[in-house]
Design a binder for this molecule. Structure first.
Ligand code: ADE
Length: 227
């Protein structure tokens, strides 16, 4: 999979993509992440990318021309999905991550400042994604979240396929509680069923715990009926 990211702040991405599982996925060529500096497509000697909003109002708006130039240079004639990160987008969920994981390539466009010229939404973006009902200073942290959630779904990136299957949200439920050594920590014990060696019993207990936990914390997920 290849993910191209268009951003005004390329340096924000060094660090998050250079550690842990995402780093390993890149090293092993499961995922290629290419960062493009929007400033390179800015207008004139000062590489301008934003301007005042027509009609007045506060803040600056990203102009269409640099964004169209950047995306068109990246995709050429290929019909690659162009996803704008914006608080106005459809909500990013595990299901959306699974949809994106099926693509071999897509482009993430990070919005910034007060907004993005509406023609970018209408004529350049093929999708708009929000990572939650709150406003970030820009789309960069959202692009990192999307990349992380999608790349870990690529077969081979995580150690075992079960870790994806048992994830919170993947089966419409939150994940069951996990325990490791020691068996007793400060007097708090691991539930005996997990030490029983009875795999059917353990599976039943985990399923039950997942349902109870979802009921207690996220009853809205149970109501959706995806479990
Ligand atoms: N840009 C600013 N806020 C955002 C959000 N919640 N999701 C995606 N992109 C954003």
């Amino acid at each position: 999979m290849r993910i191209d990211i268009v951003t005004l702040f390329p340096n924000m991405f060094s660090g998050p993509f250079d550690e842990s599982i995402i780093r390993r996925a890149r090293d092993r060529k499961f995922a290629e992440i290419v960062i493009h500096n929007l400033r390179d497509y800015g207008l004139g000697r000062h590489r301008v990318v934003d301007d005042y909003p027509h009609g007045g109002g506060s803040g600056m708006v990203l102009m269409p021309e640099p964004l169209f130039s950047a995306v068109e240079a990246i995709k050429g004639e290929s019909p690659i999905p162009v996803i704008l990160l914006t608080p106005q987008g459809r909500l990013f969920t595990q299901q959306v991550a699974e949809q994106l994981a099926a693509y071999s390539r897509f482009i993430l466009v990070c919005g910034h400042y007060e907004g993005v010229d509406e023609r970018v939404r209408e004529y350049l973006a093929t999708d708009e994604i929000s990572i939650g009902d709150y406003v970030l200073t820009g789309g960069e942290p959202a692009a990192m979240v999307v990349c992380d959630a999608v790349i870990r779904l690529i077969p081979g990136v995580l150690g075992s396929p079960e870790s994806v299957r048992d994830d919170s949200h993947s089966g419409g439920l939150l994940e069951y509680p996990q325990y490791t050594r020691p068996q007793i920590f400060r007097g708090w014990e691991v539930p005996p069923v997990l030490l029983s060696g009875n795999h059917a019993e353990i599976a039943r207990w985990r399923r039950e715990q997942a349902v109870l936990r979802t009921l207690a914390r996220r009853p809205d997920l149970l109501e959706k009926g995806d479990w």
